[in-house]
Design a protein around this ligand. Structure first.
Ligand code: NAP
Length: 313
């Protein structure tokens, strides 16, 4: 079973490999998802010792939280699981807008609690910034929910450095979740250094670049209708071919250690300052056990530098 680590300065003890659950009930994000398979993915995570599950109101919407709530209920070990969820999306006349107002965040936390069938959320994120709300006021609302025992840690996601600074004016931000992977390294410029300096734990989303960094995709892979990867710049045109070449260079490093590309990629992130834990997504239960193998890898300084160099080109 994977050993747990403390997530930054929070009191949350998590397995360094968690489960990103946007494909659990995330019918608005991925085509042909099956709810039973999604619940199977969550069960498989818990059975394999993963205790950190990342979801959001908008995955479904609502369905991901509901399915996780059902599995938590049947599992009966709520206190052993660390649940992270997010809110900010609001439907107005069928359109999504972001709302970070204290009243909306408070209502969102209460609605998430019901769907998750629990009386506290371990980590609650403001999923996206809105344009109107001062960010320290938004975080202030989460601080009151934390003091009231409704949430245990405060996160923000998709914030710029400026928004993060404002959010963290009173030092209340515990976790930052932003896009970061070997093919998209912009967070290294400002967000990762800020997080490290302020002991904010940085959780990268899309750690496998939506599967591209798993090493399984080929030059002739065709993504089905409705698969958003067909329109993702990382997966199209010359950029896709260049990305595959970089992934190919990782195969030798992975093979020499007896692992797969995905494992080496995940292990590399865990060597970065400010990164304590990862939340790779999984569409099938078997991907869970596979991703956990990343925790068995010890990368040498030379391997860490070699991987860095491949993706700096
Ligand atoms: P990801 O972790 O980069 O990629 C996950 C995908 O890679 C899986 O759905 C699966 O897709 C493939 N995969 C996973 N393990 C594999 C393995 N061992 N071998 C081969 N393929 C494997 O992308 P993500 O799931 O979209 O992002 C991770 C999590 O971050 C999400 O679940 C969500 O919780 C969070 N997130 C947050 C935000 C935000 O705004 N805060 C945004 C996006 C995501 P296939 O089987 O289809 O290849």
């Amino acid at each position: 079973m994977a050993e747990k680590i403390k997530l930054g300065r929070t009191e949350l003890n998590v397995t360094p490999i968690g489960l990103g659950a946007n494909a659990v009930g995330g019918h608005n994000l991925f085509p042909n998802l099956n709810d039973e398979t999604g619940k199977g993915v969550v069960r498989s995570a818990l059975e394999n010792g993963i205790n950190f599950i990342d979801t959001a109101f908008i995955y479904g919407p609502e369905r991901s939280e509901e399915l996780i709530g059902e599995v938590l209920k049947e599992n009966g070990k709520r206190s052993e699981v660390v649940i992270a969820t997010k809110g900010a999306h609001k439907f107005v006349d069928g359109q999504v807008v972001f709302d970070n107002s204290p009243a909306f965040l408070e209502a969102s936390v209460h609605d998430s609690l019901k769907r998750l069938q629990t009386d506290y959320i371990d980590l609650y994120y403001i999923h996206f910034p809105d344009k109107e709300t001062p960010k320290d006021e938004a975080v202030g609302a989460l601080k009151r929910l934390k003091d009231a025992g409704k949430i245990r840690a405060i996160g923000v996601s998709n914030f710029s450095l400026e928004q993060l600074r404002e959010a963290n004016k009173d030092g209340y931000v515990d976790v930052l979740q932003s896009e970061y992977n070997l093919l998209r390294r912009q967070a290294e410029q400002e967000l990762l250094p800020y997080a490290h300096q302020h002991t904010i734990s940085f959780i990268p989303y899309f750690p496998l670049a939506s599967g591209l960094l798993s090493g399984k995709y080929k030059r002739d892979t065709v993504f089905g209708a409705g698969d958003i990867r067909g329109n993702n710049p990382l997966f199209t045109g010359d950029a896709y071919l260049r990305n595959l070449e970089k992934v190919d260079k990782l195969r030798d490093i992975a093979a020499a250690k007896g692992y797969e590309v995905a494992h080496v990629v995940l292990a590399w992130y865990l060597t970065r300052d400010a990164i304590d834990a990862l939340i790779p997504g999984a569409k099938r239960p078997e991907q869970i056990a596979s991703n956990l193998k990343a925790l068995d890898i010890k990368l040498t300084a030379a391997e860490i530098a070699a991987i860095d160099a491949i993706f700096k080109e």
